[in-house]
Design a protein around this ligand. Structure first.
Ligand code: GA4
Length: 359
């Protein structure tokens, strides 16, 4: 394995890319407007732990506006972006992932989401619509910031303060509705009552959401070397489900049940549902949380947005009794989401976090 050292002494592994065209054509696709989508979702969660959904009712103009704002943010000079960091745990992060030494060729904004009222915590950027200065668009604001900053960085900080993104609130609301619909369909497909037993966990006032905007910059040098590098290392998501959307750039890979890695063909119009560790436990292992990773692409930058849906911190996570066959025992020790999250933040990205909770 070749390792490149960057000036910040962060070492990011290089990997040989798969041959072009090695896309996995069998990613399950569920059309949410069709009958039997409930059963199809359950089958996909059992077989792969990963599913693409279409006819999802998330307005594309909201998605595009948020993507454009994210791109503008990541285009800003490093010194400005750093004023929204470090991601500890929320805010701007660059190459360092989580608190335990994981690294990747990625920069990101991480937001904590509370349900009611819908709000999010990050640092100064992409915050509240109300503080949009004098009706300036985000683009104008960035230009103004750049101009002012050229002359006086402190004056820039003083004038500009926090800016909040209108697109982000709309996006979060629409994607939360999508997650809720998907979880309700999963409950229907699993034939469990009441139907809101799963989606109730993520729509609860105390539910614990996270939102992440990732930017994987292109690197022409790697393209010449015919290599990729780790953008985001392999891991499972600790939450119930995550809803992912990216621009039209490759990079996302998932691990199949036989352990092989396959590339997910990008689709900027669709959303991908990722089964998380908590849903694996709630189904007593019938669904598997899917290991996934991102390889940074030499030729084109990738922008992804992922909403992670966690339950309230005090919620007990244990297999749903209606899913247990006669005499079937839970495969897991009981824990609350708060306990699991605390353990997750002590782990390394690639660890099998559920391992310590298995019986
Ligand atoms: C993986 C899924 C989400 O991106 C995330 C990640 C979190 C972080 O980046 O801060 C963690 C990782 C993720 C699991 C283990 C810990 C925490 C980095 C890390 C090493 C936001 C999440 O919820 O868990």
């Amino acid at each position: 394995m070749v390792v490149l050292a960057n000036p910040a002494l962060v070492e990011i592994p290089l990997v040989r890319p798969q041959k072009h065209g090695a896309f996995f054509s069998a990613i399950p696709v569920v059309d949410l407007s069709k009958p039997f989508s409930a059963e199809a979702l359950v089958k996909a969660c059992e077989d792969v732990g990963f599913v693409k959904v279409i006819n999802h009712n998330v307005p594309m103009d909201v998605v595009q506006r948020l993507e454009a704002e994210a791109v503008k943010f990541f285009e800003m000079p490093q010194v400005f972006k750093e004023t929204s960091g470090p991601a500890d745990p929320f805010g701007y992060g660059n190459k360092r992932i989580g608190p335990n030494g994981d690294v990747g060729q990625v920069e990101y904004l991480l937001f904590g989401i509370t349900s009611k009222p819908l709000s999010y915590t990050s640092m100064s950027f992409l915050e509240e619509p109300s503080s949009c200065l004098f009706g300036l668009s985000l683009f104008d604001l960035i230009r103004t910031r750049r101009l002012v900053a050229k002359h006086c960085f402190l004056l820039w900080l003083f004038i500009c303060g926090p800016y909040r993104s209108p697109a982000l609130s709309e996006y979060l609301l629409a994607v939360k509705k999508l997650a809720s619909d998907v979880l309700e369909l999963i409950a229907e497909g699993l034939k469990i009552e009441p139907r809101d037993v799963l989606n109730g966990l993520v729509t609860d006032e105390q539910s614990d959401g996270l939102f992440r905007l990732n930017h994987y910059p292109r690197c022409p040098l790697l393209e010449r070397l015919d290599r990729s590098w780790t953008g985001f290392g392999e891991h499972t998501d600790p939450q119930i489900i995550s809803v992912l959307r990216s621009n039209n750039t490759t990079g996302l890979q998932i691990s199949l049940k036989n352990g092989s890695w396959v590339s997910v063909p990008p689709d900027q119009e669709s959303f991908f549902i990722v089964v998380g560790d908590c849903l694996q436990v709630l189904t007593n292992g019938r669904f598997k949380s899917v290991r996934h990773r991102v390889l940074a692409n030499g030729s084109k930058s990738r922008v992804s947005m992922i909403y992670f849906f966690g339950p309230p911190p005090a919620e007990k996570i244990a297999p749903l009794s209606q899913l247990m066959g006669e005499g079937e025992q839970s495969k897991y020790k009981e824990f609350t989401w708060g306990e699991y999250k605390k353990a997750a933040y002590k782990s390394r990205l690639g660890d099998n976090r559920l391992g310590q909770f298995e019986k």
